[in-house]
Ligand binder design. Structure first.
Ligand SMILES: Nc1nc2c(ncn2[C@@H]2O[C@H](COP(=O)(O)OP(=O)(O)OP(=O)(O)O)[C@@H](O)[C@H]2O)c(=O)[nH]1
Length: 393
């Protein structure tokens, strides 16, 4: 065992966060495949209506729970779902040694952390162990300095502010001097967090699990934080017209939820799930970021797909924060995993498709200025058309 359950028998919870594509799932896979002897439950909150993430998490004996009905930081019902999942976990006869909650890449972890300080039975049986924030060494500065967010809340900043551990990941993609400069920048945002470096999230797990980040008396959470926050979100979801940047919003009334936090803003974000959009867009978190989810029943022609993806990233790489997909490629029995973070692209074969199941490709695009119809017709063009169909046409 890497660490023990708390003195009072509470189960430690780690909140795993980081901007889109920073390496959260990569770290999760590292944790789940390590020989630590712990029974770990994972609760994932994905941005985008089509669930790709669960396909990217390596199969393991651990249990994975998905929450895809909105953003965990800004939709009250999603946090209620979180509490329900936690309740179900606690009701099991065999207990977990550790619970990991992976936030979506656009989430502010602070209201998620506050969930564990509520005065209820679930929170009493759990203990927030720490907030671990992954940072993409190549892209983080672009997000911290995003001019489109001037005057608005910036989730990339929120995530670093709330961290007990900041992991500067993807060190292979930057010069050492740049990584050191980033460390300085992280320290300027959050002086209390320990800063680690990693390549493909290969960190010493003793540095990220069982860290007791909230054990010290300094890490106080205002017990009314969530009350105020939820009241605000509820009001907002009724009005749908509120903008935090406007006069109506009193940021100062929102208490800090973490000792490291230099500010605690109104959690918002953008969520694609139907029914949540209006609520989420009531906030001032970057409303220009959206997601487009597409599915295709026919397989892709690899050559056409490569050409189209290269052209897409060339033209729209700045705006394309994240692309994830599980794809069927004509003439190949394996599922292909597609990943892109801005202009860094990876498309590789994985395991074989389940026998007898349908080979439906799923793609999720997250970014700005994404035109669903253009993306769909571009991908339609990449589909492999059987020669017979061409002859018959
Ligand atoms: N070169 C390089 N690529 C990495 C590293 N860590 C992760 N990646 C790649 O970056 C991409 C995104 O990694 P994920 O682990 O899926 O990121 P994430 O934070 O879970 O992404 P979202 O859930 O979409 O926010 C994948 O293609 C990874 O293989 C690294 O250290 N170096």
């Amino acid at each position: 065992m890497m660490h023990e359950t708390g003195a009072a028998g509470t189960i430690p919870v780690t909140i795993l966060t980081g901007f889109l594509g920073a390496g959260k799932t990569t770290l999760l896979n590292h944790i789940l495949t390590a020989q630590h002897g712990m029974r770990i439950a994972v609760i994932e909150n994905e941005f985008g209506a089509v669930d790709v993430d669960s396909d990217l998490v390596l199969a393991s004996s651990e249990e994975i729970f998905q929450m895809t009905n909105g953003c965990i930081c800004c939709v009250v019902d999603v946090r209620k779902d979180l509490v329900r999942i936690l309740q179900a976990l606690l009701a099991r006869p065999e207990q977990f040694d550790h619970i990991i909650v992976e936030t979506s890449g656009l989430a502010d972890p602070t209201p998620v952390a506050a969930t564990f300080f509520m005065d209820n039975d679930v929170a009493r049986r759990l203990r927030l162990d720490g907030v671990v924030t992954l940072v993409d060494a190549l892209h983080i500065e672009g997000h911290l300095d995003d001019p489109a967010l001037a005057g608005m809340d910036n989730q990339a900043v929120d995530q670093i502010v709330a961290a007990d551990r900041v992991i500067i990941n993807k060190t292979d993609l930057v010069e050492p001097a740049k990584a050191r400069a980033l460390e300085e920048r992280m320290r300027a945002i959050n002086q209390g967090a320990r800063i680690l470096y990693s390549c493909h999230a290969q960190v010493d797990l003793g540095q990220v699990l069982g860290i007791g980040g909230f054990d010290s008396g300094a890490a106080l959470v205002d017990p009314h934080f969530l009350d105020e926050h939820e009241a605000h979100v509820r009001d907002d979801s009724h009005a749908h017209a509120h903008e935090c940047g406007g006069d109506e919003c009193d940021h100062a009334s929102h208490a800090h939820a973490h000792a490291h936090a230099s500010h605690a803003d109104i959690p918002g974000g953008v969520c694609e799930a139907p029914g949540n959009r209006a609520e989420a867009h009531g906030h001032s978190h970057d409303p220009s970021v959206e997601s487009v989810s597409l599915t295709f029943a026919a397989p892709f022609d690899r050559r056409l797909l490569d050409a189209w993806l290269a052209q897409l990233l060339q033209a729209q790489g700045d705006d394309l924060f994240r692309l994830k997909g599980i794809l069927a490629i004509a003439g190949d029995g394996r599922r292909h995993v597609l990943q892109a973070v801005h202009r860094v692209l990876d498309l590789r074969p994985a395991d074989t498709w389940p026998a007898g199941g349908s080979r439906v490709s799923k793609l999720v695009f997250i970014g700005r200025n994404l035109d669903r119809d253009t993306l769909k017709s571009g991908l339609d063009w990449c589909l492999a058309v059987p020669a017979t169909a061409v002859l018959e046409a």
